[in-house]
Design a protein around this ligand. Structure first.
Ligand SMILES: C[S@@+](CC[C@H](N)C(=O)[O-])C[C@H]1O[C@@H](n2cnc3c(N)ncnc32)[C@H](O)[C@@H]1O
Ligand code: SF4
Length: 388
């Protein structure tokens, strides 16, 4: 039998809002995000935005929160929207919610869609954080990745962005076909010359349903080379005064991504647009919903309803997110986020501690270095933890 603690905190915390823009100029062969090629688009972007606003109003009914802490325009390539389209969405957001002092509004931008004019216009909106998908500064690698920008365009775009915005993230990938440690470090060094406060460094993964998965490119680095790239690269990033706070994320000057922190801490969030996910808490229960993935289906159908997150899923889902973060996990935090009593995971934690994957700390637990290397195994051990 599950025991519960009173949930007084969860739905009092400010909400985070994700807004999905599902189109890109091209579909990159490694990408499994919910994105579609722009030229095949059958929907007018203004109609899509009207639909987003309708969904925002509809879903708002489930969130008693007045305050909002973050908005994230993700994709796809949301920088294909105009500044006035983005403003229109943000205007409705601020009619419905009160932005907190540290309100963070991020937009993902692809180098090819960056212009001086667009960046200046974005600066006059509530957008205050830019996430740039550079992936690499090496033209050969960019070509293999199917990207339509080159290194020169990436550098120029970053110059333009850093001139106007203080809070900038750069996405770079490693483990690229035929990439040496030296080439991976060159990408890192080039990115870190910019005055950015956040850096995301992802290992290229071969995701099912992608062109790379069906036709694996030659020269994908073997595990020992990946370990070498990671070891040398993490030290290099550290030398630039970045704090490694999540599996792939690094921040300096306390500019951790507020929006993503909320997911990783298993907070409530609303997601609108094709394929977006939402989660909210009510009393001791939590509910989730996910939208139709195809933009046409999203436009033509009722918004998807909510389903309760079952108790046996809660601890797994919590740790799946929370263990991405490097910081220790307190028992109180676990209980507030899941409404479960921590005694329910004591046996599982003991087993992980015996295997050297977790450690006890004063207020709770922390993952060991070994645990971080076996993140998937640690997290999966919580599946069906408290299934009755
Ligand atoms: C939502 S995606 C795309 C953002 C933007 N459209 C772009 O491509 O620049 C966010 C980031 O996920 C990373 N990513 C996407 N697919 C990946 C994969 N298969 N393996 C590793 N990282 C990936 C890329 O670094 C990308 O910038
Ligand atoms: S990686 Fe970015 S640009 Fe490429 S298809 Fe995915 S979302 Fe679009």
């Amino acid at each position: 039998m599950c025991s519960y603690i009173e949930n007084v905190e969860m739905n009092k915390k400010p909400i985070s809002l994700y807004i999905h823009f599902p189109w890109c100029e091209v579909k990159c062969p490694y990408c499994d995000f919910n994105s579609y090629v722009l030229k095949h688009k059958k929907i007018d972007v203004d109609d899509y935005i009207d639909r987003l606003l309708l969904e925002l109003d509809e879903r708002k009914k489930y969130y008693p929160q007045k305050d909002i802490q973050s908005v994230f325009f993700g994709g796809g390539t949301p920088s294909l929207m105009s500044a006035s389209q983005i403003s229109k969405v943000l205007e409705r957001v601020t009619e419905l919610f009160n932005p907190i002092d540290s309100f963070e509004v991020t937009i993902e931008m692809n180098p090819e869609s960056v212009t001086d004019k667009l960046v200046k216009k974005l600066k006059s909106t509530l957008v205050n954080r830019i996430s740039m998908g550079v992936q690499s500064f090496n033209d050969e690698h960019l070509k293999v990745l199917g990207r339509i920008h080159n290194s020169d365009k990436a550098l120029k775009s970053l110059d333009i962005i850093c001139e106007s915005f203080d809070n900038v993230n750069i996405d770079v990938m490693y483990g690229l076909p035929n990439q040496s440690t030296k080439a991976a470090m060159k990408d890192l060094e080039t990115a870190l010359q910019f005055p950015v406060k956040h850096f995301s460094w992802y290992q290229l993964t071969l995701e099912p349903q992608t062109a790379f998965y069906k036709n694996i490119p030659k020269g994908i680095p073997k595990e020992d080379l990946i370990i070498d790239i990671e070891t040398v690269g993490r030290q290099l990033i550290k030398n630039y005064a970045f704090n490694h706070y999540e599996i792939s994320a690094y921040a300096k000057n306390k500019k951790e991504c507020l929006h993503n922190l909320n997911y990783w801490q298993f907070g409530d969030y609303m997601g609108i647009g094709a394929g977006a996910h939402s989660k909210y808490s009510k009393g001791n229960a939590q509910f989730r919903s996910w939208n139709h993935k195809k933009p046409e289906t999203y436009m033509d159908h009722d918004f998807r309803g909510w389903e309760p997150i079952e108790n046996h899923e809660l601890s797994f889902e919590y740790f799946l997110n929370r263990m991405r973060l490097k910081s220790p996990i307190s028992k109180k935090e676990f209980e507030q986020a899941t409404n479960l009593d921590h005694s329910q995971i004591v046996t599982k934690m003991s087993l992980l501690k015996q295997k050297g994957l977790m450690n006890d700390v004063a207020a709770g637990w922390e993952m060991t270095k070994l645990g971080h290397n076996f993140y998937n195994d640690v997290v999966c051990s919580f599946i069906k933890e408290d299934k009755k």
